[in-house]
Design a protein around this ligand. Sequence first.
Ligand code: NAD
Ligand code: MG
Length: 389
Amino acid sequence: MKSLTILGATGSVGQNTIDLVSREPGRWRIEALTGGRNIDRLARDARRLGARLAVTAEPGLYPALKAALAGSRTEAAAGPEALAEAAARPSDLAVSAIVGAAGLVPGLAVLERGGTLALANKETLVCAGPLVTATARAAGARILPVDSEHSAIFQALAGEDPAAVERVVITASGGAFRDWPLERLATATVEQASTHPNWAMGQRITIDSASMFNKALEVIEAQQFFALDPDRIEVVIHPQSLVHALVGFHDGALMAHVGPPDMRHAIGYALNWPARHPLPVARLDLARIGSLTFCAPDPARYPALALAREVMAQGGLMGAVFNAAKEEALTAFIAGRIGFTAMSVVVARVMDRMSPETGPAGAAMTLDTVLGADRLARIRAGEIITSLD
Ligand code: NAD
Ligand code: MG
């Protein structure tokens, strides 16, 4: 039996992972599950799956978790250090489904021990791509993509010569406001931004899909994961969300990955890699779907995409700055402090202010410098948000 750790087990990707694991009893032994504030769900799944360890990221929730696990064989722990320790415990595979920069330290802990990391937490590569890939290389660790577009690219690349790749095309649904008049965007509410046309996901990534900050993060994630020249990464709007990504080769062929918008495909591919196992996802009826459409993203509607280009051009710690500023702007939007369109304004201003401090792209990146840039960017974002609200 193989052992599995699920970081962020209580969230959307975490629960989809548990759904797949539960369908194959006896295949996986659960080493650890981690979560945030949802103690009931964490304890329920830890009991049900017989996990050895359950960790809440919130130190204050330790007594509640301990009580909820009373009489079970699951050990309880709490706090960010306990979470990193859970990631460091040996397991055959660790899924990182934490949201935000909080996924970086536990993800690195998996790689440092030479483990295999199934990575949904795109922020890990956005904040510290060069550090993460160097850590994996040094320890002989492996990263498997779980973000659907990156899983699609990974699958299209299987067995191919990376030198034959000419370009990568990542699709985007266009999010909740794709068809809104531009002038209405400033008035978009949190509730309106929290509905995705095709995917059911956590609230933060859903709002990031409406603003395309999610796609901006994914472009940087792809650049880091596949070591691509930024000019070779394209974004195209595809409202049906059925083609997840395409890889163009230098003989002109374009290999597309097509499937239903169901994260269990990408998660399952990582769980079963390098094999393919049957998965409980819908089979597409192409004749019924009829047409797949594509169009170019409008830069005025999605300023986040140009910011991602700027991040890649500057390199260094700008990814960490970009992500931290985005997280703070998103939190401020959810709290009703700033409007929808102000999020990209905040991020652009933080990047402008911090450009001189982020260091040259080639400079050595350490966890300390990344966390320092993250902290400073959050302070700058806080100042800018206060000046706006
Ligand atoms: P979610 O909000 O549903 O779940 C997040 C998980 O992280 C929860 O278990 C939560 O308890 C935990 N968490 C939150 N803050 C934490 C902290 N400070 N420390 C430790 N744990 C914390 O998020 P999600 O939609 O499942 O997304 C998870 C990650 O996967 C994100 O990086 C997202 O961009 C990426 N992703 C998600 C989807 C999707 O379908 N939801 C698709 C592709 C990529
Ligand atoms: Mg994605």
